[in-house]
Design a protein around this ligand. Structure first.
Ligand code: ADP
Length: 565
């Protein structure tokens, strides 16, 4: 039965109970009042008429008015006959009264009239008594029947009151238990309500929802498991070490390479707080420290020294872009390192091997210009000058390549010694004097008085200054001015080379000291792009600092600084 019908029936029943009570009460009250009415109205009036007639009879025959009054009461009595035998008695009374009226002094009629009145009187008195009894009985009946009905209805209503709330609350309880189970992801939960009502429908809908969720969860789970094992396979195949952390820095996963590098088993550290592991593991400490990001790490792995780059990738929630974890990738760059090393060795060897023949070409060209080897014509002289210039350039390039090889292999050999800054400047100027003269460039030197003696590798510092000056000459127009400044500031000795060339655009300045970098548009033939990179390495190896200030149209100032010792 539908819940709506049950509720309608329950309320209908209560309505019926109230209605039945009202109807029965009205019925009995009406019945009682009808009885009473009848007693009071008809019988009592008859008693009154009889009393009046007896009173008038006593005044007869002297009082003629009494006939009229008697006649009135008799007329009323004739119209108020209610009891059995009353009609006959009234008819006797009428007959006797009519005879008395015809013969007023017939005294024998008085007793007969009185007797008739007496009969009518007693008939009505008996009727009053009888009706009174009947009213009493009706009241008792009503009392009895209403009590019985009240008892039965109370019993039914009580049963209803006791049972009805559970008809509604039981299914609601079962349903809310089911919903709580679903909220706990217990998608196996089903509700069994053997009811053909709205709750039954609700239970059926709930079960089909749970079934769908169960299906969805299982398919999702299978998909997630598949994805997990796919990703695990991929990351275990990789040569890079991979470690996954959640947003609280607990370790979620790591691959075989990471296991090997850390020297820890996955089962030992999964789910553990990474900084706790870092307390006993140097590599983990390095991996967690943010500042070492992007720095090359040298780790002993695969029975050799291996090189790794650390990369920390943030894992973001695609819905709100919040960071939900990190993946630390230890990129194995050993093969590149090995290739780079091979390249550096090759360059070093080739440059070294080239140096001797180039020097001998240079020497031969010089000897050719000597008059003792014979006179040369103008054209031959020009060719030999060109050979010497090219040989110089080649020597410079091989020198730079050798220096670079030294830098790349980390083999910069420093010969630190106390040096007078002026000597460094003098030697550098001497080296570039000829080039400057060729372009009619004036080099002005400004050296502060009382410069302190500095503790540097004079040869390498001079090399850097020569490189600055060579560039300044190379990238300046003819007949321009180059200023060389050496001064002390904030307990530091500063060397600067300032030219009036076209300058360098601001966007290229951060890259200017990178290896092989040349400002786009620079003549490809003019250099290797290594000079400034080597300069930076040489100056920084000595604890100094190198910098550049330049803008388009404003010339360039290259400089380096050493702390005064
Ligand atoms: P290169 O041998 O090419 O001169 P460097 O490392 O010495 O190599 O210089 C790198 C690049 O910086 C040059 O190719 C040039 O584009 C730019 N550069 C260096 N010095 C100057 C300068 N004084 N004025 C303008 N550009 C310069």
């Amino acid at each position: 039965m539908r819940l709506k019908t049950k509720l309608s029936l329950a309320l209908g029943f209560l309505f019926l109970v109230i209605l039945t009570f009202c109807v029965l009460s009205i019925f009995y009250i009406n019945k009682l009042s009808t009885n009473e009415d009848r007693i009071l109205k008809n019988n009592f009036e008859t008693l009154m008429f009889c009393g009046n007639m007896l009173k008038e009879l006593d005044q007869l025959p002297q009082n003629t008015q009494a006939y009229k009054a008697f006649e009135d009461n008799l007329n009323k009595q004739e119209n108020n006959i209610t009891e059995q035998g009353e009609k006959e008695a009234t008819a006797d009374l009428r007959k006797n009264f009519n005879e008395l009226k015809a013969n007023p002094f017939d005294s024998s009629k008085y007793p007969q009239i009185r007797q008739s009145i007496q009969i009518i009187n007693s008939l009505n008195e008996n009727a009053i008594l009888r009706k009174n009894n009947s009213a009493h009985n009706t009241a008792e009946d009503a009392n009895f029947i209403l009590t019985i009905i009240f008892a039965v209805l109370t019993l039914i209503a009580f049963t209803l009151v006791v049972n009805f709330p559970s008809i509604i609350s039981n299914p609601i309880r079962v349903l809310s238990e089911g919903i709580a189970a679903i909220a706990d992801k217990n998608y196996n939960k089903r509700i069994y309500l053997d009811q053909d009502d709205e709750f039954g429908d609700l239970a059926a809908s709930f079960n089909s929802m749970a079934e769908k969720l169960d299906e969805y969860e299982n398919s999702n789970l299978a998909e997630i498991k598949f994805e997990k094992s796919r990703i695990e396979t991929i990351i275990n195949q990789m040569k890079d070490g991979i470690i996954g952390l959640d947003n609280k820095r607990n370790i979620l996963f790591l691959n075989k390479v990471a296991e090997k590098l850390l020297g820890l088993k996955e089962t030992e550290i999964i789910g553990k707080y990474a900084p706790d592991i870092a307390l006993k593991n140097d590599l983990m400490r390095t991996l967690l420290s943010e500042e070492n990001n992007k720095k090359e790490l040298k780790i002993y792995a695969d029975n050799k020294e291996s090189y790794f780059n650390k990369d920390i990738l943030n894992v973001k929630n695609p819905e709100n872009n919040a960071i939900i974890g990190k993946v630390i990738v230890l990129r194995n760059i050993t093969p590149f390192h090995e290739l780079n090393e091979a390249k550096t060795n090759f360059i070093a060897t080739v440059s070294h091997e080239l140096k001797t023949p180039i020097s001998s070409i240079k020497m031969s060209a010089k000897l050719l210009t000597d008059e003792r080897t014979g006179n040369l014509n103008g054209e031959q002289n020009e060719l030999i000058t060109s050979i010497r210039e090219d040989a110089d350039r080649l020597l410079k390039i091989t020198g730079e390549l050798l220096n670079m090889a030294q830098v790349e292999t980390g083999n910069i050999q420093l010969k630190l010694q106390t040096t007078n800054p002026t000597l460094i400047v003098d030697e550098a100027i001497l080296a570039v004097k000829f080039q400057a003269q060729q372009k009619n460039i004036d080099i002005k030197i400004h050296i502060s008085d009382h410069l302190p003696i500095i503790h540097v590798d004079a040869e390498k510092t001079t090399w850097v200054l020569i490189n600055f000056l060579t560039n300044a000459i190379k990238y300046s127009t003819d007949s321009s001015l180059i200023n060389v400044n050496v001064f002390t500031e904030n307990d530091q000795t500063k060397f600067t080379v300032q030219d009036q060339g076209k300058g360098i655009a601001e966007k290229y300045l951060p890259k200017i000291f990178d290896r092989y970098f040349k400002v786009p548009g620079t003549n490809e033939q003019t250099g290797t792009g290594l000079g400034l990179a080597i300069s930076k390495e040489f100056i920084e190896a000595q604890g100094g600092h190198i910098w550049v200030n330049s803008f388009i149209g404003g010339g360039s100032t290259f400089g380096f600084t050493f702390d005064n010792s």
